[in-house]
Design a protein around this ligand. Structure first.
Ligand code: NDP
Length: 312
């Protein structure tokens, strides 16, 4: 059977570039949206050219030009969007409404995977502001997709390993200390950590799988469902040394909120829900979802201990 043609939007991004690589590695005819607005961003241009040399097709289209988006999506079967959605970098989740309009008009797309790749926004109806903007915007996009009758898969990827493991689950850190760590609350809430390359691999596996049609795919690699204390223990074993530990109550964690920049406030809220409330692992996956490591046991995902060896 011919492999489906895939368009990746946001293909030069932190996650998007990995999705491009996974799509090429899986033998899909891979198209990448090339936005004229990137102008003289030499690193993006260089990355796009390198993907072209590996066999990808570059398709010029702009979010400011509806026709160009329609023409781009008409060339493929599947659209994956990895547009930005982290305020400390940039947040353009609602721009996807233009992509939804284009997909609806084109009428040929068999599956759309919007830029999600985090906490399941459908479970965050009571989330704290201003961080809830991420979930609210992703739900606005979901509503538009479903009202347009576009077949979809939502990927709930939980914690990107680079952000959470790198910093031993501490906000504002992406490299692990060899001296000390602040435990959030009792440090015992479970979270789920996924190597970004594995997120891309599972995403590409799901795109034409009938089992993930109109469902949420939750990434829960069983060995990577760990508390902050367990992550710290793994790191301590790797460096052969115990870290000095202090703890931070939820009140102490939230107290600096009002003095922070907006983007930092959003991040603080997200860490709060993950590390103090355990929002990623405190529910069973229901009828509306599937779990990736069960669907694709052949994926040799990176366990936390192996991931953390890169910091030695
Ligand atoms: P990036 O910040 O790397 O941005 C991705 C792409 O968005 C860019 O490469 C660019 O695409 C596109 N983009 C940026 N600005 C604009 C604009 N003005 N107009 C059009 N396109 C634009 O994104 P991430 O990889 O960090 O995030 C991707 C997804 O992953 C988001 O949904 C985010 O919420 C989620 N995420 C989840 C995390 C977790 O721990 N669960 C952590 C980080 C992200 P182009 O290639 O066209 O230039």
């Amino acid at each position: 059977m011919a492999k489906s043609k895939v368009l990746i939007v946001g293909g030069t991004g932190y996650l998007g570039k990995r999705v491009v690589k996974a799509s090429l590695a899986n033998g899909h005819d891979t198209y990448i949206l090339q936005r004229p607005e990137i102008g003289v961003d030499i690193e993006k241009v260089e990355m796009l050219i390198s993907f072209k040399m590996q066999g990808a097709h570059l398709v010029t289209a702009s979010f400011d030009d509806h026709r160009s988006l329609v023409d781009a999506v008409k060339r493929v079967d599947i659209v994956i969007c990895a547009i930005s959605g982290v305020h400390i970098r940039s947040h353009h989740i609602l721009l996807q409404l233009k992509l939804v309009d284009a997909i609806k008009e084109a009428g040929n797309v068999k599956r759309f995977l919007p830029s999600e790749f985090g906490t399941d926004p459908a479970r965050m109806k009571n989330a704290m502001g201003p961080g809830r903007v991420t979930f609210d915007d992703k739900m606005v996009v979901r509503k538009a997709i479903e009202e347009a009758g576009i077949p979809f898969t939502y990927v709930s990827a939980n914690c990107f390993a680079g952000y959470f493991l790198g910093g031993l689950c501490q906000i504002g850190h992406i490299l692990p200390s060899r001296d000390s760590v602040v435990l959030l609350g009792d440090g015992n809430q479970k979270a789920i950590y996924v190597d970004e390359d594995d997120i891309a691999t599972y995403t590409i596996k799901a795109i034409d799988d009938p089992r993930t049609l109109n469902k949420t795919l939750y990434l829960r690699p069983p060995q990577n469902i760990l508390s902050q204390r367990e992550v710290v223990q793994i790191w301590e074993k790797l460096i052969g040394k115990k870290l000095k530990k202090s703890t931070l109550s939820k009140e102490e964690f939230l107290a600096p909120m009002k003095d922070l920049e907006y983007a930092e406030q959003v991040g603080l809220c997200h860490y709060y829900h993950v590390c103090y409330e355990g929002c990623l692992a405190n529910f069973e996956i229901g009828e509306e979802g599937e779990e990736a490591s069960k669907l694709y046991p052949e994926v040799n995902y990176t366990a936390v201990e192996n991931y953390m060896k890169r910091y030695l």
